[in-house]
Design a protein around this ligand. Structure first.
Ligand SMILES: Cc1cc2nc3c(=O)[nH]c(=O)nc-3n(C[C@H](O)[C@H](O)[C@H](O)COP(=O)(O)OP(=O)(O)OC[C@H]3O[C@@H](n4cnc5c(N)ncnc54)[C@H](O)[C@@H]3O)c2cc1C
Length: 300
């Protein structure tokens, strides 16, 4: 039986793997290769890299560090989780692996605007499409910014980006659905709003252009504010509590409501940032180590 199975090898899972391997614990690390960090062309807010670093390069460095201490990333999707008397059964294909503890670090998936994949990926690589104002709002300072969204989530994103530029437009994917209070906030901040439907996205003269109810518009950068799918299903399967969006509830040691099941990174409620994912994983890994040591002393 493994001491811990980590599900997910993004910044959270890899940080946990480094810690747990260095605690001399017996671990497994499953990953299905879809880290949000791999989509980052160049992160400039992650401390320690003054020139920035691509998400893929950061992941390679973290994996190399984890491997140095014996961790192995197994490319496989965990399909289900179940409670055993003394731990968890983790199903991967035909096999079930048993572990005393599990750390879920499966992240989230952003909902995307309806655009062809090649346009999406090219726009993302060129910074014409962005998903994280906290991360890269600085890069669009004084640029022409479009936010695709509506309701309180779209309004909050547009207001946040108003801190970087006076030229912010909130475009509804279909038609706007705004409360009076939200409309007043947009008016006060000088944020234009336009109805969709949005469509026919294309890169035109270094701008991302698309159709709206007011004709074709083009922006230096577009931020979709369309929410995300939280990959917490495995934990919910065994009874872990999640909020209405699916984010796992954890205490300040990253313990879910199910004993022995931990969560770190975007899948847990908190700030969706690399630094936060890493910090949570360090806390989770240390708590896991101490929990296992209470059950059976860890000695050389
Ligand atoms: C375009 C973009 C730019 C960003 N820029 C920045 C930035 O500049 N700075 C910053 O701090 N943050 C940035 N972020 C956010 C950052 O990427 C995330 O906060 C971070 O990746 C979260 O790490 P994580 O380990 O929780 O999840 P992820 O990195 O998403 O990793 C989760 C992993 O779990 C795996 N997984 C999921 N389900 C299963 C399963 N059932 N079985 C096996 N494996 C599974 C996935 O394959 C994935 O590898 C950006 C995000 C995006 C999309």
């Amino acid at each position: 039986m493994d001491d811990c199975i980590i599900i997910g090898a993004g910044p959270a899972g890899l940080t946990a793997a480094i810690y747990l391997a260095r605690f001399h614990l017996r671990i497994r690390l499953f990953d299905c290769g879809s880290s949000r960090a791999a989509q980052i062309p160049c992160t400039r807010n992650h401390a320690g890299f003054p020139e920035g670093i691509s998400g893929k390069e950061l992941l390679v460095r973290m994996l190399t560090q984890a491997e140095k201490y014996g961790a192995v990333r197994e490319l496989a999707e965990v399909e289900s989780l179940r409670l055993l008397d003394n731990g968890f059964g983790v199903r991967v294909g035909e096999r079930e692996h048993a572990a005393r503890t599990v750390l879920l670090a499966t992240g989230v998936v952003n909902n995307r605007p309806a655009m062809p994949r090649e346009v999406h990926d090219e726009a993302l690589a060129r910074g014409l499409l962005r998903y994280c104002p906290i991360c890269d709002g600085y890069e669009v300072t004084d640029k022409r910014i479009g936010v695709i969204g509506t309701g309180s989530h779209g309004v909050a994103e547009a207001l946040f980006l108003r801190g970087y530029s006076a030229d912010v437009t909130l475009i509804a994917p279909e038609a706007h659905d705004l409360s009076e209070a939200d409309s007043a906030k947009l008016d006060e901040a000088g944020i234009a709003r336009i109805d969709g439907p949005c469509g026919s996205y294309a890169i035109e003269e270094e701008l991302l252009a698309f159709d709206t109810a007011r004709g074709r518009l083009a922006f230096d950068s577009v931020y979709p504010a369309l929410g995300s799918v939280i990959r917490s299903g495995l934990a919910v399967q065994v009874g872990a509590r999640a909020d209405a969006n699916g984010c796992l509830e954890v205490d300040d040691h990253q313990r879910t409501s199910v004993p022995g099941l931990f969560a770190a990174g975007d899948v847990a409620r908190g700030l969706d940032q690399i630094s936060h994912a890493m910090g949570e994983a360090g806390v989770a890994a240390t708590t896991i180590r101490n929990l296992l040591a209470e059950q059976k002393p860890i000695r050389r």
